[in-house]
Design a protein around this ligand. Structure first.
Ligand code: SF4
Ligand code: SF4
Length: 329
């Protein structure tokens, strides 16, 4: 539903409020295609562009028709209720041509971890349907010029190491010059097909460890795989770019009450240093964030600032994922 909101009325000719995902983004989830993956915005409020999707009924004209509907209403200051107040809405002279340059692939289910915070725990219905094949869809989108070579490609999950088309898809992207691929993995199973992309600076793999110790890892992931995950991170980090960057990150999702202590963060930072990582990446647990975003305790801000400071001291690039970034800015 689109609702008129005075804050989004544009007074500038040719400008209107929109976001990169409305304009040129696409997300493949189990049984549906959505506009964006902004899970941290409002739970269960994805903007569906195609429901009951089974892989065979892909209809790009329908998707672009949907995007054009958004443009039509947003130009009138009528904003989709699920987008209202989203920090990604910006007043710009958007490029209204129909193409995709942000693709989020998150349509499969199997995983070798059982994270307490996994999206699948809270949305079992989304995961009750059969998975589908996506490689042919990607090839067709690229070959018809719809999917741009300069696209941002993101893999969500399930676990990519368990996706049977994963190696073919990665080879396809690398061979066709895609430069901006981010893979989220549990890190439990090593994925050799990523090595070339890491060295060529085309792929960044993000392994969520969320801990600096075996005990806390096990509590969060419900599997006893801390050592193997750290070993795999270390192995990925050997495939540095020509300028010496390790395109692998050990992401830390802060889960208040579980891993929000300075000592746990310190152990994690130390392990990253030992593995010669180039990035420090933080996020915050989605369900906690949605319940507490207007009342965040001071010690979370302190932890954030402490990690940022330590990252600077260690010479690593500090990155915040969207949710936690919104707490700071
Ligand atoms: S919720 Fe935000 S990111 Fe998602 S489509 Fe709407 S404005 Fe864009
Ligand atoms: S690694 Fe990702 S997909 Fe697997 S259980 Fe954890 S959150 Fe879920």
């Amino acid at each position: 539903m689109f609702v008129l909101n005075q804050n989004y009325l544009s007074k500038k000719e040719g400008f209107y409020y929109s976001c990169p995902w409305i304009e040129h983004g696409l997300v493949f989830f189990p049984s549906k295609i959505t506009m964006c993956c902004l899970c941290g915005c409002e739970p269960s409020k994805h903007i569906i562009v195609q429901d009951n999707f089974d892989g065979d009924n892909f209809n790009i004209e329908r998707i672009f028709k949907n995007k054009n509907k958004f443009r039509y209403f947003h130009k009138k200051g009528k904003i989709h209720t699920n987008c209202m107040n989203c920090p990604f809405l910006k007043l710009e002279a958007w490029d209204e041509r129909n193409y995709i340059d942000s693709l989020y692939i998150s349509h499969w289910l199997p995983c070798n971890a059982k994270c307490t915070y996994c999206y699948s725990n809270k949305h079992p219905d989304d995961f009750s349907k059969k998975s589908y094949k996506i490689f042919d869809i990607i090839k067709k989108m690229f070959e018809s010029g719809i999917l741009k070579r300069n696209s941002k490609i993101l893999f969500g999950g399930g676990e990519p190491a368990l996706l049977d088309e994963f190696e073919n898809i990665i080879s396809f992207f690398i061979n066709n010059g895609f430069q901006n691929i981010r893979v989220h993995s549990s890190g439990i199973k090593y994925i050799p097909c990523l090595e070339r992309g890491l060295t060529e600076n085309k792929i960044h793999i993000v392994v969520s460890v969320d801990s600096g110790s075996r005990e806390v890892y096990k509590k969060i992931k419900n599997v006893d795989c801390y050592d193997i995950v750290r070993q795999n991170i270390k192995q990925y980090a050997k495939f540095k770019t020509s300028s010496g960057i390790a395109n692998v990150s050990a992401k830390y999702i802060i889960i208040p009450g579980v891993n929000d202590s300075i000592s746990e963060v310190d152990n994690w930072l130390m392990a990253n240093k030992e593995d010669c990582l180039s990035y420090t990446i933080l996020d915050i647990e989605e369900n906690w964030y949605l319940d507490n975003k207007d009342n965040v305790p001071q010690h979370i801000y302190d932890l954030l600032n402490y990690t940022k400071q330590r990252s600077i001291e260690m010479g690593t690039k500090f990155e915040l994922y969207e949710r936690i970034e919104r707490l700071l800015y």
